[in-house]
Structures are given as C-alpha cells and as structure tokens.
Write a protein that binds this ligand. Sequence first.
Ligand SMILES: [Zn+2]
Length: 119
Amino acid sequence: MSQSPREEIYKKMAELLKAGNTMLAESCPDCKVPLFKMKDGKIICPSCNRVAIYVKHGEEESVNRYQVIEKLISTVTGKLVEIESAIANEYDEVRLKNKVDLMISLLDAYEKLSKLKGS
Ligand SMILES: [Zn+2]
C-alpha cells in the first residue's frame, strides 16, 4: 500500500516540525506547500524537496529587520515611561539633568527607529 503524495507531504511536514524546524508563513510558489526554515537557516519546500532561497531570502531578511525595529521601539518606549516617572520624582539638579539628557537620547532613538520602520 502506497501513500498518496499529499499524505506523504503532510507526514514530511510533521516530521520537519517534530525535528524542531519552523514552518513559514510563505508557501512554495510552485506547489503552494508551506516552506520550512531548517535549523541551519536553509529554507526548503517539503514537497519539491529543494532549497528555496531566491526571492524569499531577501523577504525574510526584511521581516527580521522589521521585527528587530519593532522590538527596539517597544524597549525605548518602555524606557521613556520609566524615565518620565524618574524625572517627575527627581529634585537633585545634577541627576535631573542626567535624566533629561537620557530622555532626549531616547526620544532621538525613538524618532530614528520610527523613520527606519517607515522606510
Ligand atoms: Zn514546492
């Protein structure tokens, strides 16, 4: 008894997941099966059995870049909230100046990150 090609693909996908590889949101342009990112960073189609780098590679990099920027923005935003309350409770002039400088740096970083995100 032989399995249908589709069952074989599902079986292979399950095996890939079990082995700790990641299923990507993108699918293979040829067979529409979800692409997998292997632990070594290679992107493969479990159906065509081939390494899919081509255009997907660049797209994946831009996705990662976007995620890093998003993460940085949320970190900077969190720090700004912290520094805001620190400034509100600071009455020592020297320390207040340091905190205001830090806030300005954070705002600067926030602005730059927002621009990067938009580009
Ligand atoms: Zn394929």
